[in-house]
Write a protein of this length. Structure first.
Lengths: 649, 289
């Protein structure tokens, strides 16, 4: 191929040209806007160089919402294409690219940053810490993720998107069958984002183990923090597998190695195994923080302590262990025989036990409670029934003999959407609404919020229940079209309506953010929901140093007991607070990673070498740099506290 | 209560839809598919009970413990947990999972061995290989080969040996039994049988690129006599398959239904069974294409 031909998209269409123009105009608008309003300095000082876990959390949040819409547009296009038989809205290449990017964007660039956003913002507050253990590493994590996401997203206008599915099975993803640079983007962009995630894992384990407020033993931690701890342990064990698999895949594609090829001793089955050794724990990386959010929201709005705290913790530990022992259920049909399938069938079904415990514990938390149905609670209450349906179909899929019939069909697609959407998306929306006042100092409108929750709840059912039926009727997943004689038309049409309801729901959420930003009252208490855990003990929005005085914890519901039983939470006087300095290095280094990744995708070796040298230079700079942070004086703290309404000790 | 009735109506409608239409997977025409359909129906039944119980508890609690239904000064109690309740919510799921595990293991061995009722009979071996985006069916016993359609005798077990000239594909005839992967570096075996004559849909179920959606084949199950008649007819009328012709067939694209005398197994042997493929010289040749 000629050098410049590689940058051309393999199948240009008006939609793609329109996107190119739109992207160009948006970039110009942002640059002009920032210059006109003289915001470059503000952006650099307050956001790009920040190491504050709260600001990093908000940047993760914005990225996640943007990616939610990117992935959502993909979803709508897919459902529109399938709504009627023999549709010609999209051709097969375009459809293949869209479902591949839909999966990657939703899992890696939407769900992951969303949970990391909430972890970043909330975990240090819940444990009474000033920041995470390694604030600058945290900034690097975010920027690596962000650059990975951007690199992945430019693929559809420069060079073409990956088209081998989000699982990118070899040999389909190999050079022989996937000639465009799409899969290079997949390998390298996910690699860069994955490095950031791995660093987040290390960072949060250290934070949670070492930086808890005095008196907060592990068994007194809020459940969301527990879920974050377990999640990050899974990240640290699972992500290196992905790193290795992607590196091998990259070498297969760029340097003609034979790890996953079908000839010369390569083995395509190896990719499937490595991918799912990471991929299945990844599912629990997503779902456990979601369980954590529900374990915060449900007790708050039932006005009761969480039922069965100990069994909640132990069930997460067991899920964490089991999550590494079930990966083969993603390919029962690979021919490993009855014995292997039986073992993995049993380990998979075993996960239903700890998950069931959690469902019942939430139900018993509601028992004898005083239930207020607010928007976050509404998401939680919609989660329980829909997730139960998604979960029991998971048990059905775990029966490997029957899985020969479900595998690769819409039945499977229905199942995993019905666990991931209520499990992760509802939880993130619940968490977003619940913690919004803590982040921004005003509440989201409840009326619009509930409308959105109902639309999304019902839309999920309407969009995915029909797929159970069309799957059992033989509709394979990832088909870009089907004939009228199959009779799949009606089910796909219903699903399309569901997808539209979901889209309207998500647009309402954006409208709600706009509406509430303009009209909501800024005069709200620090603890507007009458909640139970420490993050509500400081001001909203939270000052830079989180807590003027480090809280003293002696029970699980420390803040609740502080409110109801007058237990003293903040003892002693203000003292100087040591804070980390901002740094531009994480951003610069990640930007170099972006250049490096782009150069690798297109095999522009000179650029790759130069940017790699730049990356090492950044690391060298960090190693030799002397940075001891800065101190906030007592006067400064006093002033801030008075401005925010006085310390609530 | 209204909610409960609404829910029950939904469940019953769902069930009647499921039993009403002839969903391919739940309309088995062979012993393997029947085993699988039985497992599916059994698990749907058990899972429905679980769903109904969870829904009932949730609705009951929501109705009873809404803040609006309680006095303003009601303060919910602090309850840590109860060993008996927690034992029940652990034990019941364990019992259900144990039962399903037994069913799962038994059915695994059932679908991985010769079909029930056909153990005594000699299986008809058919090599099914996929290339972008077609299926090649070789009948070594009859020494004939077809593309994109299968003729099979009823009342005789079938042993499909699957492999691929390209991406991983999945050989699937929903009404005869579940699918299995066809891969380039290993043969996989799928045991099927057809009880009744008829025409069935078969397809590749695993995404394999541009032409995937139309990567289907027809299956015609006929009596042994009709099958023999068809074989004789093919032997008389079909062209022989040659190496050049087969190379042409492997080119990416869609073909209609084709029939040949002889099989490509003679000049292009399939990969070996699991694990032993690496040493095979022939195998390397096969992938040179």
């Amino acid at each position: 191929m000629e050098f410049f031909e590689r940058f051309a998209i393999p199948h240009p269409s008006p939609a793609i040209y329109a996107s190119m123009v739109a992207i160009g105009l948006t970039v110009i608008a942002i640059i002009v806007g920032l210059t006109y309003f003289k915001k470059w300095g503000y952006l650099w000082r307050e956001w790009i160089t920040t190491v504050d876990h709260k600001r990093i959390g908000i940047m993760y949040l914005i990225s996640a919402l943007l990616m939610l819409f990117r992935g959502g547009v993909d979803a709508i296009m897919m459902r529109a294409q399938l709504a009627v038989p023999e549709n010609t809205l999209l051709d097969s290449q375009h459809y293949n690219e869209i479902f591949s990017t839909h999966g990657v964007v939703m899992i890696i660039f939407m769900a992951m940053p969303f949970i990391i956003a909430l972890m970043n913002y909330i975990v240090p507050l819940q444990i009474g810490a000033r920041d995470v253990a390694f604030p600058r590493l945290n900034a690097l994590s975010f920027w690596l993720f962000f650059m990975g996401a951007m690199l992945f997203n430019i693929s559809f206008v420069i060079g073409g998107s990956p088209d081998a599915g989000w699982t990118s099975y070899f040999p389909l993803a190999g050079n022989e069958f996937s000639k465009s640079v799409g899969t290079n983007y997949y390998m390298i962009a996910i690699q860069i984002a994955g490095l950031g995630t791995l660093m987040t894992g290390i960072n949060f384990i250290a934070t949670i183990l070492k930086m808890r407020a005095p008196g907060m033993t592990l068994m007194k931690m809020p459940m969301f923090t527990w879920s974050a701890l377990i999640t990050n342990i899974i990240i640290v064990f699972a992500f290196p597998v992905l790193t290795v698999a992607l590196a091998m895949g990259t070498m297969d594609r760029l340097f003609a190695t034979h790890f996953f090829t079908t000839g010369n001793g390569g083995m395509d089955m190896l990719w499937a195994n490595l991918f799912w050794v990471w991929g299945h724990p990844e599912v629990y990386i997503l779902i456990l923080p979601a369980f954590g959010v529900y374990s915060e929201v449900i007790p708050t709005f039932a006005r009761r302590n969480l039922y069965g705290y100990r069994s909640m913790v132990w069930s997460m530990v067991i899920i964490c262990l089991l999550s590494f022992l079930v990966w083969v259920h993603h390919f029962f049909t690979m021919g490993q025989g009855a014995l292997v399938n039986s073992i993995f069938s049993i380990t998979t079904m075993a996960i239903a036990v700890p998950t069931g415990i959690k469902i019942f514990n939430w139900l018993f938390t509601l028992w004898k409670g005083k239930i207020r149905i607010t928007t976050p609670m509404l998401y939680s209450l919609l989660f329980i029934p829909i997730f139960t349906i998604g979960g029991v179909t998971g048990v059905m899929l775990a029966m490997s003999a029957a899985d020969y019939q479900y595998h690769n069909t819409m039945f499977l697609v229905a199942h995993f959407h019905l666990v991931i959407i209520p499990g992760v998306v509802f939880a993130m929306l619940a968490g977003l609404t619940y913690w919004w006042p803590k982040m921004f100092g005003f509440m989201l409108n409840e009326r619009i919020g509930k409308w959105a929750a109902w639309l999304i709840g019902i839309g999920t059912c309407v969009a995915f229940f029909p797929m159970f039926i069309s799957g059992l009727d033989g509709q394979a997943r990832r088909m870009f079209t089907y004939s009228e004689a199959t009779g799949f038309g009606i089910w796909n049409m219903i699903a399309f309506f569901g997808a539209i309801m979901l889209a309207v729901g998500f647009v309402l959420i954006v409208y709600n953010i706009y509406y509430s930003t303009r009209y909501a009252s800024r005069d709200i208490p620090a603890d507007p929901w009458d909640a139970r855990s420490l993050e509500w003990a400081t001001h909203s929005p939270v000052p830079e140093y989180n807590f003027a005085i480090t809280p003293d914890v002696n029970s699980r519901d420390a803040f609740w007991n502080h409110k109801k039983n007058n237990q003293k939470l903040f003892k002693g006087d203000y003292q100087e607070i040591h804070m980390p300095n901002n740094s531009g290095v994480p951003f610069i280094m990640s930007a170099l990673f972006f250049v490096f990744g782009f150069a690798m995708v297109f095999s522009v070796w000179i650029l790759a070498i130069i940017s790699a040298i730049g990356i090492f230079a950044c690391m060298g700079h960090r190693s030799l740099e002397k940075d001891h942070g800065h101190h906030l004086s007592v006067d400064h703290i006093k002033e801030t506290e008075e401005k925010l309404g006085g310390a609530n000790s | 209560m209204k909610m409960k009735w609404a829910f029950l109506t939904i469940v019953f409608t769902a069930f009647s839809i499921l039993s009403g239409c002839d969903l391919l997977v739940l309309d088995p025409k062979g012993p393997q598919a029947e085993t699988q359909a039985d497992v599916i129906k059994l698990s749907i039944g058990i899972m429905s009970v679980i769903v109904v119980v969870v829904f009932a508890i949730l609705i009951y609690i929501l109705v009873k413990y809404r803040a609006s239904k309680q006095p303003d000064d009601y303060e919910p109690p602090h309850i840590e947990g109860n060993p008996i309740v927690e034992t029940i919510i652990v034990a019941v799921p364990i019992l259900i999972v144990t039962f399903l595990s037994i069913v799962s293991v038994q059915s695994n061995y059932a679908v991985e061995s010769a079909p029930t009722g056909y153990e005594e009979k000699e299986p008809l071996v058919i090599y099914a290989s996929s290339s972008n985006w077609k299926w090649h069916f070789s009948y070594p016993e009859q020494d004939i080969e077809t593309v994109n359609y299968l003729y099979i005798p009823t009342d005789r077990p079938l042993e499909f040996r699957l492999y691929s000239y390209g991406p991983i594909t999945s050989f699937w005839i929903p009404q005869l039994g579940g699918q299995k992967y066809a891969m380039a570096d290993m043969i996989t075996t799928l045991h099927l049988a057809a009880d009744v004559p008829g025409e069935y849909m078969g397809r590749n179920a695993n995404f394999s690129g541009k032409g995937f959606a139309k990567n289907t084949f027809n299956v015609k199950a006929v009596s042994q006599d009709d099958f023999d008649e068809w074989v004789d007819e093919v032997k008389e009328t079909a062209d022989p398959i040659t190496e050049e012709r087969f190379d042409e067939l492997l080119e990416p694209g869609h073909l209609g239904q084709l029939t040949f005398n002889g099989t490509h197994l003679d000049f292009m042997p399939p990969p070996m069974k699991h694990g032993s493929s690496m040493e095979e010289g022939d195998h390397e040749e096969m992938n040179m294409e």
